[in-house]
Design a protein around this ligand. Structure first.
Ligand code: NAP
Length: 253
């Protein structure tokens, strides 16, 4: 790697990515591995993780698999306590149940807030515990959304969870900054992934979304992965408590 890009190297760094079996998490895992990180891919589906890790190894990267449900916060913390500390954590596992508030049930609340907020907070706690014990500097990247900065129809729960992650990120950055651990969010607009595929089967919804994205197109997972590489690496060494908006201009007006 030429000196101009040395700050982006992740050689010798250990990175944990949740929700790494597909979509944004898998793309981030591929990019961090290509930059030299030893990546640990976490999700619930072992077969999907094994396939994802095999693809990374075939491309010359180092990848391991951690089969875990991050909503089981005690089991996840126990699993991490048996592993060496990580330098980079991408807190990516998330979900959405879009519907008007009058149709939202307590089960919807538990599913969306339980994964996007409760599990994300306790996963960050478990990873930071290892970083602190090893006296490592580190980078925690919470995958938020443009919906952590605006509101939108049918997204009361999702917006609540992502606005909360923005607040959590700022507070944790204040707490961990003196220890050399940085905490930031990435806030993508609509990205083409298995999670959003069913939404875009509705042409009216797709037209409405494209009308808000000033660049006139959906985002690609690689564009989120590039931002994750920046935040994971020393290239972003002065950045903490911040949000990287990758929204194609959605929030510009
Ligand atoms: P996705 O395609 O649905 O993939 C979700 C990943 O999370 C899968 O690997 C899934 O694997 C894993 N996962 C789900 N529940 C889990 C659990 N309880 N424990 C561990 N892993 C779990 O999602 P995505 O679209 O890539 O979204 C990833 C993140 O980006 C989310 O936080 C989402 O809110 C955010 N985001 C997405 C978009 C977008 O347009 N796609 C835009 C802005 C922000 P298993 O089911 O095997 O566990």
């Amino acid at each position: 790697m030429s000196s101009a890009f040395a700050a982006f190297s992740l050689d010798g760094r250990r990175a944990l990515i949740t929700g790494a079996g597909r979509g944004i998490g898998f793309a981030i895992s591929q990019t961090l591995a290509a930059a030299g990180a030893e990546v640990t891919l976490c999700a619930r589906s072992k077969s999907e993780l094994d396939e994802a890790a095999a693809q990374i190894r075939a491309a010359g990267g180092k990848a391991e698999v951690l089969v875990a449900d991050v909503t089981d916060v005690e089991a996840f913390a126990d699993a991490l306590s048996a592993l060496p500390a990580f330098d980079v954590f991408v807190n990516n596992a998330g979900t959405n149940r879009p519907k008007p508030l009058q149709e939202v049930t307590p089960d919807d609340y538990d599913a969306v807030m339980g994964l996007n907020l409760r599990a994300a907070i306790f996963a960050a706690k478990a990873v930071a515990k290892g970083m602190l014990a090893a006296e490592k500097s580190g980078s925690i990247i919470n995958i938020s959304s443009q919906m952590g900065h605006v509101g939108a129809a049918n997204r009361t729960l999702y917006c609540a969870s992502k606005w909360a992650i923005e607040g959590f990120t700022k507070a944790l950055a204040v707490e961990l900054g003196p220890k050399g651990i940085r905490v930031n969010t990435i806030c993508p607009t609509f990205i083409e992934t298995p999670m959003t595929k069913p939404f875009f089967e509705d042409p009216a919804f797709k037209a409405q979304v494209l009308g808000k994205i000033k660049l006139g197109r959906l985002g690609q997972v690689e564009e989120v992965a590039n931002a994750a590489l920046y935040l994971a690496s020393d290239a972003s060494s002065l950045m903490t408590g911040s949000a990287m908006l990758l929204d194609g201009g959605w929030t510009a007006d």
